[in-house]
Design a protein around this ligand. Sequence first.
Ligand SMILES: [Fe+2]
Ligand SMILES: [Fe+2]
Length: 373
Amino acid sequence: MTNAIVQFHILDQLGTPMIPYVAAWRDDGLDIWYEFAGHKLRALLGSGQGDLAQAFRESLISRCMYRKLGSPPAIIKVVRDRQQLRHLRAALRSMAQQGETVEAVYRLDAHGEPMWFKDFARVEAFEEDGLFLSFGTLADISKEVMLEEELKQAKQELVSHRDQLTVTVAHRTRKLRQAQLEVVTRLAQAAACRDQRTASHLNRMSRYSKLLARAAGIGDHAATVLFHAAPLHDVGKLGITDLILHKPGRLTEEEFAVMKGHCRLGADLLDGQGSDLLRVAQAVALTHHERWDGSGYPTGLAGGDIPLAGRIAAICDVFDALTEERPYKPAWTFAQAAEEIKRQRGCHFDPELVDLFLGNLPALYRIYRGQAC
Ligand SMILES: [Fe+2]
Ligand SMILES: [Fe+2]
């Protein structure tokens, strides 16, 4: 033992950052004392000539150990605070006696500043004296631990910022969508107003469109997009001259050609790298006058070449227009309008959509009557 203390003393005098120590205890008591301790330990704990072991206990904030547990073994971090350690002292000493080596990290209060020391010790038993000696070194790892703590805190702040950012982006996206919807709705109303159509026409035909889309197996989100896009079908009429748009009598061939231009005008108006809503609205604006048999306008698309949104909007727009009173015709009854849709099956309209439309007349009737569905 004396040799070891001499060697530790030399090590201490070398000015190494390690603090060597030799701690001792008897197997019949709880008291521990230092046979030797590097001078830095006493200076750090400010124990003067007092009991160093006592000063160490009073400065101790926590003790951390890593243990292999479970199968397959996982490394578990076990942290005990000062209060817990007071009760566990005997048990920990017994574990050290059995394990022979001890590796732990102590957090100490050194003059009000937290410091961390890694302790690596080998325990030897001197049975004839009933004595146990722990030959160890304490390494100051405060800088490493504090850097690790700062890194952990920075990571937490980063996660917190990211979460906050996600919430903010979601909130702003929602606001942006609402604003876009507002603008689009007013644009549709402006076009309807100029065309002397009613807001209720837009309201009903968009609800018919959503219902038919759902019946055709379109998901709720996409059907809702169509619900908002459908009222824009005639937005291109904003670009048609009043002389033609509000002409009381029949349009000449040339005037009708100009009127047909509202499809492309609307599509151009809604063109751009916009949202789903604008893309669907553009498709509806461009193709709501195409016919299943290819005799429609502006392109003469036929059958499945006509976008589904355009085929749905075509049925719903015509159906609602028939049930509305116009300067040149009285309002058709619900049944008469449904009969006309049936009559145009495979000519003007997609036959499958017509079947779905006619298969959902009760729900369509509730919309027609202004009831919620
Ligand atoms: Fe139109
Ligand atoms: Fe319309």
